[in-house]
Ligand binder design. Structure first.
Ligand code: AGP
Length: 617
């Protein structure tokens, strides 16, 4: 999971080095352990690459300075899979004669065989990467007389695995050739002037909103201000694709005055949720009907999306009256090998739509049985959508911070909307109650807005209070276990603290032995049917010296009395609002993680060892 970006232009006014440098900075969320840029000028490739974060590298080697006459450049930001994050392993990779440069996102699974084959033909490799086989394969086919384009087509035929590539070659100074299979690639265009290729839209959004989303097995030839697409599955024939216009603007993709994307994206939650509410009734009904008529139902995802699955299954099964089996996507095939049945429905959740384990889970299920895939994603046209029967796009806007925030709440909201649609279709509650659930959903953005307005100082105070503690718990019961787990994940990933999100009841069966005088425990405590038992749990932990911090609703009394500090969510204490508390309670925990990261001098947008999209097993 890396980011690639490229430009070919006629515009003499712009510096292609500057444009691609800015472009990969906007893609840095995809990987940030090394980066590189190549520009082509006067039949020569000019290359700068290095290990490290983009800004650090830029300070050393001025990543935006290239020959001023150059009209073509490619850039790459890397998240290492094959080979350590070093200068040698960073992209672009070249052929033996420094004529061909390739940037690649994905994995060439058979690279070892290809590398051996190419080495025996006399090729010399400079890196340990899988990607480097691509320029050498192209070189080989060009040596045999193939045109630049045909050499790429033939090279890709030999590669197994996933790729989005962009290639330039010194004898074809006016073209970039790109191709895609299972890794995202979008072409941005300023007609007649400039063409861009990118792993994601924000990289070219300052220049154009017009774009083409490439599909698997497509190749495109990019010239300044024009592009041609070819279908590699059907004899490489020329195809017409529909140009799309992006509705959101670059402000949505940049920090907009906030110190970090994570903070900006937490504050964007109310609006993102308002967008998600616009999912059409028709689409929700499709999801509802598929679930109502299914024999078995599974819900699968990874990481934060899995936590939204845990919350969502709770909300949906309340109205569906059927069991929904949650399953981490990486375990899906192993666990269901002997038991998956026809007429099952699988809800797959992935904000990026590119998580390989989620995609493989549904691909396997589709291949094995007659199943229906219902997908929730934030990215239109992402890979997961190709394997899905129905797709809900959450429309949260781009999420750049590696830690998922607004994509989590919008996923849970989408699942809650499906749940209410099921309640309507099945007519299992009165119309009056349905309206109350709908009103509760409609009120969520305001509740979060009010919370964010008034509670930042309290959250900072709690962060100070917790600062010296490396470990603590988030405990909860019922639906809030999902909230506790997600809160724990946020603190682990951005603040590097070992925080466990756990069931308050199960914590008595072992973890309670960690509690000493002053050990902090954060209870997630909406006033739902589990509340009174949770009061008992709070007392048990308090009796053992635990420092109690609780997240409660405004009118809470009992748990407040037992707590050292309370975070109060401004929402009514009724069953309609309680059901959606995974959405309204989460920003408190996200903010806590954000300020905890700052308190420990960590960059919340770039957690250690993590990447926004995990496209390896
Ligand atoms: C959490 O903040 C992470 N971004 C991570 O757990 C993420 O949710 C997971 O990798 C799944 O990603 P997806 O939603 O894009 O499939």
């Amino acid at each position: 999971m890396c980011g690639i970006f490229g430009i070919v232009t006629k515009n003499q006014e712009i510096s292609v080095g500057k444009v691609v440098f800015e472009g990969i900075k906007r893609l840095e969320y995809r990987g940030y352990d090394s980066c590189g840029i190549v520009s082509l000028y006067n039949s020569k490739l000019f290359i700068k690459k290095e290990a490290g974060k983009i800004d650090e590298i830029h300070k050393k080697i001025k990543l935006d300075e290239f020959p001023s006459g150059s009209r073509l450049a490619l850039a790459h930001t890397r998240w290492a899979t094959h080979g350590a994050p070093t200068k040698q392993n960073s992209h672009p990779h070249l052929d033996c004669f420094d004529k061909i440069a390739v940037v690649h996102n994905g994995i060439i699974e058979n690279f070892l065989e290809l590398r051996n084959e190419l080495t025996s033909l006399g090729h010399t490799f400079k890196s340990e990467t899988d990607s480097e086989v691509i320029p050498h394969l192209i070189e080989d086919f060009m040596k045999k007389g193939n045109s630049f384009k045909d050499a790429i087509i033939n090279a890709l035929k030999k590669c197994k695995g996933a790729y989005a590539i962009a290639v330039c070659q010194i004898d074809n100074p006016d073209l970039i050739i790109v191709a895609r299979k299972e890794s995202p690639l979008i072409i941005g265009i300023e007609e007649g002037k400039t063409t861009y290729c990118s792993s994601d839209i924000p990289a070219f959004l300052p220049y154009t909103r017009k774009c083409y989303i490439m599909e698997d097995d497509e190749l495109a030839v990019l010239k300044a201000g024009e592009v041609q697409f070819f279908d590699l599955k059907s004899d490489n024939k020329l195809i017409r694709k529909e140009m799309q216009t992006i509705e959101w603007n670059i402000d949505a993709a940049e920090k907009g005055g906030y110190d970090h994307f994570m903070l900006k994206e937490i504050y964007e939650e109310p609006d993102a949720l308002r967008f998600t509410m616009k999912i059409s009734d028709q689409l929700l009904t499709k999801f509802a009907n598929a679930l109502i008529s299914a024999d078995s139902i599974y819900i699968t995802a990874a990481g934060t999306s899995y936590h939204s699955a845990l919350a969502g299954k709770f909300i949906i099964s309340k109205f569906l009256g059927k069991h929904i089996q949650d399953m981490e996507c990486s375990e899906f095939e192993t666990q269901l090998k002997c038991s998956l049945q026809d007429n099952s429905v699988i809800i797959a959740i992935s904000q990026s739509g590119e998580t390989i384990d989620t995609i493989e889970a549904i691909r396997w299920a589709k291949k094995t049985k007659s199943v229906k895939i219902l997908t929730i994603t934030n990215v239109v046209g992402s890979s997961i959508t190709r394997y899905s029967d129905h797709v809900i796009v959450t429309n949260a806007g781009p999420e750049i911070g590696v830690a998922a925030t607004k994509t989590y709440s919008t996923q849970v909201l989408a699942l809650a909307l499906i749940a209410v649609s099921i309640a309507k279709t099945r007519k299992i509650i009165s119309n009056e109650e349905i309206v109350k659930y709908q009103d509760a959903l409609a009120g969520i953005p305001n509740i979060i807005e009010q919370f964010l307005e008034k509670n930042v100082d309290l959250i900072k105070y709690i962060v100070n209070n917790l600062e010296k503690n490396m470990n603590y718990f988030f405990l909860a019961r019922g639906i809030s276990i999902a909230t506790a787990k997600e809160g724990g994940l946020k603190l682990k990933e951005v603040a590097c603290r070992f925080i466990e999100g756990y069931s308050a009841a199960s914590a008595k069966h072992g973890p309670i032995s960690l509690v000493r005088e002053g050990f902090p425990i954060i209870f997630i405590a909406p006033p739902d049917e589990t509340y009174n038992r949770l009061v008992g749990n709070v007392m048990e932990f308090k009796a053992r010296g635990g420092r109690i911090i609780s997240v409660v609703v405004e009118s809470d009394v009992k748990i407040t009395k037992l707590s050292d500090i309370t975070i109060r969510i401004p929402q009514p204490a009724d069953k309609f609002h309680n059901l959606f508390s995974p959405i309204t309670f989460m920003p408190a925990l996200q903010l806590l993680a954000y300020y905890a990261a700052l308190a420990h001098d960590l960059d919340p947008d770039k957690p250690l060892n993590l990447s926004k999209t995990v496209t390896v097993h």
